[in-house]
Each structure stands twice: as C-alpha cells, then as structure tokens.
Design a protein around this ligand. Structure first.
Ligand code: NAP
Ligand code: ZN
Length: 348
C-alpha cells in the first residue's frame, strides 16, 4: 500500500481534517498520479452529508482531479511519467457489458466504480481527489491538452462533461434555443459550451445578481426565475432546458417553457423527488430526461473541444484549509463559479 496525505471529513457535517489514506500498490495497468488540483463539486457535499444514502467515514471527496503521472504499472501503454492527466467521477467499470462496449461506462450494468465512496474491484473503499496522489487504471485516465492549465482543467472532469454530454446528446447547435437553469459550477460551463456549440443560450437564475457574468460567459439572454413574468414571457420557447439546480424546483413551471418536442434534462441531483404533472408533458409532446456525467471517450472529446474553443471554467483557487468555508459558499449559491483546491497546500 502507498500512504498519501488527504483531507477527509469524519462526520456528515465535517470539518475537514488532514489525514493519511492508503492507495493500492500499482497493478500492471495502473498509473500513479500526483494530484495538483481538485475541484469542489456540489455532489461532494450531497455525498458527504449522506443525502444520497449512507457513506463510510472518513470520506475523502473529490472527482475533478488534475495532475501529473509519476509512476506507471508494467503494462501501461497509454501514459508515460510526466504526462498531464485528469480523473473524473469514475475510476473503473466492468468493461464487458453492452454499455461499457459503447463507451458509456457511466451506465455500466454492473455499476461504475465511483472515484470516492465506492468499493472497487480490489475490495477497497475508494477515496477521492482531496489528496496528494491517486492510483487509477489507465483506461479511466484522461489526457489534458497542453492549452489547458491544470487548475482550469480540473472542473472539466465533472462540471464540463456533465453539461457537454446532454448538450451533444440533445443536439445543442445553431438554430436551437437552449436554457440553462442555475448559474453555478455546472451551469456556467453549460453556458460556455452551449454557446460554443452555436445555440442561442438563455440563463434562468434565481435573481439577476449574476446577469453581467452570464452575458459575458456567452448567454444571449438572462432571466430571474423569482419574477413570475419570466414564466409568462418565455412560455413554450425552448428546444432544450438543462437543469443544473441542486435543490428541488417546481418542475412543471420549467416544463411549460419548452416548445413542441422540447426536452428538459435534469443533471442536478437533489435528494428529494421532483413532481411531474403529465399534463406538463402531453400537451406539447415534451420530454423530461436525465443525464449522468459522460463516458471516457466523450470526456476526452470534451477536453479537446474546450482546448480548441479556448473554454474553461471560471475558478477560485483555495488552499486545503479553506474547504469547509468553500462548501458553505457553494451551499449559499455564492460560488463564482468553481472552487479548486491547490493540493500543494495539503499540509499547511
Ligand atoms: P452549484 O455550483 O451549487 O450550482 C447549483 C446552482 O443551482 C446554484 O448556483 C444556483 O444557481 C442554483 N440553486 C441552488 N439552490 C437553489 C434553489 N434552492 N432554488 C433554485 N436554484 C438553486 O452546484 P454544481 O456543482 O453545479 O452541481 C449542481 C447539481 O448537479 C448538484 O445537485 C450536483 O450533485 C449535480 N451533479 C450531477 C451530475 C450528473 O452526472 N448528473 C454531475 C455533477 C453534479 P443561481 O444562483 O443561478 O440560481
Ligand atoms: Zn461532480
């Protein structure tokens, strides 16, 4: 076993503390990554607080990982020492089911192995990126293009792919009207990506506080959902709505904004069920859908797309002893627009 430093929470409410965790010894196809930066995703908070079900403590979250390969297993062919790499929300899957064969490992029929709070094929409880090193099988490692700095790259591994995948799947493109609900970590990436794909982009945020930012990020329009007039004036207008909100919303109000054959995709994952009135769907043949991150091949495609279009998240780099404070700010919707931990401060 390899002992590495990490920041863990020992209870649902925290606080984070410096600790030591074990990574497995390198297997033939494993790479050892020295983590440089780790993004903070709202999913880290849902998970650590037990909102999605029970987890083990201590828990080391973090599934937006960027770093450098420092060691490789005897049969690794894809990566070499010194490569700039990333790891997202999953670190393994069965590799044999129909979904894995299609490159949709996130939908592995055996269940993908989460980067943290999962049990891997070696029987070890996985621990995430709020740590100095991680061991990952090469097939679940992504290559970070030279054009993207490592701190900016980290959030692409979850916030980037989670918004890129549904935008591609449901055809965000010139001539399409796309609305993004919630301008947080995922939402602000969705705005940049949908704009780069050529869609006409509208932000639906709780207030107009971040309007200037939204327009700068690439939105064409910006509305406050706290204003009832928004729902009247935009009724029936969107081909695609991507809902990134981490809390329960009045879904029927948002479904009413879809045009004929429009789709509302939920990527936000609140613990509480959302209520759908079927009449919100049948009147205009609308769809309500969900989407989970993206496969490895598509994640690499997204990274290359971001490099080509010069797109990245707006980040606020923090030190490891500011994680608790950053989580509170995420919960208060006070994030502009992704916190990224500088792992070199791990022991400060
Ligand atoms: P985030 O940075 O906290 O952004 C969420 C945004 O939702 C906030 O910035 C806020 O936007 C809006 N919001 C928050 N509370 C709200 C409320 N009570 N009512 C209305 N709007 C509210 O979170 P994130 O990291 O982007 O993650 C968003 C969600 O996606 C989380 O539930 C997360 O677990 C989930 N997620 C899912 C996947 C997947 O694969 N499907 C992957 C990653 C994350 P405004 O201030 O603009 O209103
Ligand atoms: Zn995430």
């Amino acid at each position: 076993m390899i002992n590495v430093k990490a920041r863990a929470t020992f209870t649902p409410e925290g606080p984070f503390q410096l600790t030591t965790i074990e990574r497995r010894d390198l297997q033939p196809h494993d790479v050892l990554i020295e983590i440089k930066y780790a993004g903070i995703c709202h999913s880290d908070i849902h998970t650590a607080r037990g909102e999605w079900g029970p987890v083990n403590y201590p828990l080391v979250p973090g599934h937006e990982i960027a770093g450098i390969v420092t060691q490789i297993g005897s049969e690794v062919t894809k990566y070499a020492i010194g490569d700039r790499v990333g790891v997202g929300c999953m670190v393994d899957s069965c590799g044999e089911c129909v979904n894995c064969h299609q490159g949709e490992e996130q939908f592995c029929l055996e269940g993908n192995t989460g980067t943290y709070a999962s049990v891997d094929r070696y029987g070890q409880y996985t621990q995430g990126g709020y740590s100095t090193h991680i061991v990952v099988t090469e097939d679940f490692v992504l290559r970070i293009p030279e054009a993207i700095e490592l701190d900016v790259a980290a959030p692409l591994l979850c916030a980037g792919i989670t918004t890129y995948s549904p935008l591609r799947h449901w055809g965000a493109a010139p001539g399409k009207k796309v609305a993004i609900v919630g301008l947080g970590g995922l939402g602000h990436m969705a705005v940049k990506l949908a704009h780069a794909m050529g869609a006409e982009v509208t932000v639906l945020s709780q207030t107009l506080k971040k309007k200037e930012d939204g327009l700068r990020l690439g939105a064409d329009h910006y509305y406050a959902t706290s204003d009832p007039e928004t729902f009247k004036s935009l009724a029936g207008s969107f081909d695609l709505i991507v809902n990134t909100v981490s809390a329960k919303l009045d879904l029927n109000a948002f479904l009413s904004l879809l045009a004929l054959d429009g789709t509302l995709v939920n990527v936000g994952a609140p613990a509480e069920p959302l209520e759908v009135n079927v009449f919100s769907l049948i009147g205009q043949r609308r769809s309500f859908a969900g989407s989970l991150i993206g496969g490895i091949r598509e994640t690499q495609e997204m990274l290359d797309f971001c490099a080509e279009h010069n797109i990245g998240p707006e980040i606020e780099v923090i030190s490891a002893n500011q994680i608790d404070e950053a989580w509170e700010r995420v919960l208060a919707s006070d994030v502009r627009y992704r916190f990224v931990i500088d792992i070199s401060t791990m022991e400060d």
